[in-house]
Design a protein around this ligand. Structure first.
Ligand code: TIU
Length: 221
C-alpha cells in the first residue's frame, strides 16, 4: 500500500512494505536524570516531550506492520570500541564508563543504556547497538535495510542535531528517503531543534522531509 504524508518541503510518498520506523537512542542515558546527557550539562526534561507522540507513532507503525528498528548509542564494558577522542572530550561530570546512578555511563548492558520503558522494543523488534552518533557506522544497519527491502525511513528519537542528523545525512547519501517527524525528535537546545529540522527540508529537501507526527498518523489511518 502506498501513502502520502503532508510534509516539508512537499508531500512524502512511501510504500508500507519498503518503509521502516527508526527510533534513535531513546535511552535512559539521554532522557532521564543521572545519565550521559545530564553529565554533559544538559536539561534532560526537554527531550521527554517527544515520548507521547512517539509512543503513538510506534503503536500505529506496529499496527500497520511497518518494520520497527530501535538504536542505542553505547560502548562495550572494556571501552575497546570508544575512541579516546570521544572518551576524553570535554569536562563532563562523569565520563563514559564511570559508575553513575543508573549504572556505568553509556555502557551496553547497564540499566541507563537501555531504552525507556514507554518505548520498550517488542521481543521480535530489531535493536541496533552503535558506538557512534550515526546509525550506520560500525553497525549492520545497511545490510539489515537491504535484506528487508527498505528504501524509506521514518526517523524519530534523540537528539535532533546529533544522532538524528548524523543518521539522516548518512542515510540520504546511501540513497534512503527520510521523513523526520518534527515532534518525535528532540534536542537539549530549542534553537538547534528548529534549525536542525529546517536544515533537513530546506533547499528542496536537501537531506529529506519533515512533518509532525499527526500527518504521518493520518497517512497510516
Ligand atoms: N549529546 C547529544 O546531544 N547527543 C548524543 O550524544 N547522542 C545522541 O544524539 N543520541
Amino acid at each position: 500500500m502506498t501513502a502520502s504524508v503532508e510534509a516539508e518541503p512537499y508531500p512524502f510518498g512511501f510504500d508500507l512494505t519498503t518503509t521502516a520506523l527508526l527510533i534513535i537512542d531513546m535511552q535512559r542515558d539521554f532522557v532521564e536524570p543521572g545519565g550521559f546527557g545530564e553529565t554533559l550539562g544538559n536539561d534532560v526534561s526537554l527531550l521527554r516531550r517527544v515520548i507521547p507522540p512517539l509512543r503513538e507513532v510506534l503503536d500505529a507503525a506496529r499496527a500497520a506492520g511497518l518494520l520497527v528498528i530501535h538504536t542505542r548509542e553505547g560502548h562495550l564494558p572494556d571501552l575497546s570500541d570508544c575512541p579516546p577522542a570521544k572518551l576524553n572530550r570535554g569536562e563532563p561530570s562523569l565520563r563514559i564508563g564511570d559508575p553513575g546512578p543508573k549504572g556505568r555511563i553509556l555502557i551496553r548492558g547497564e540499566y541507563g543504556h537501555d531504552i525507556i520503558d514507554e518505548l520498550r522494543p517488542l521481543p521480535d523488534e530489531i535493536v541496533i547497538d552503535k558506538p557512534g552518533k550515526g546509525s550506520f557506522y560500525a553497525t549492520g544497519l545497511q545490510d539489515l535495510l537491504e535484506t528487508n527491502g527498505i528504501t524509506s525511513l521514518v526517523v524519530t528519537g534523540v537528539t535532533t542535531e546529533v544522532c538524528v542528523h548524523t543518521t539522516v545525512r548518512e542515510a540520504n547519501d546511501r540513497g534512503y528517503e527520510c521523513l523526520v517527524l518534527s515532534d518525535c525528535v528532540g534536542s537539549y537546545f530549542p534553537e538547534f531543534q528548529d534549525a536542525g529540522l529546517h536544515m533537513i527540508s530546506a533547499q528542496g529537501g536537501i537531506f529529506g522531509w519533515t512533518a509532525p507526527a499527526k500527518h504521518f498518523l493520518e497517512a497510516l489511518a
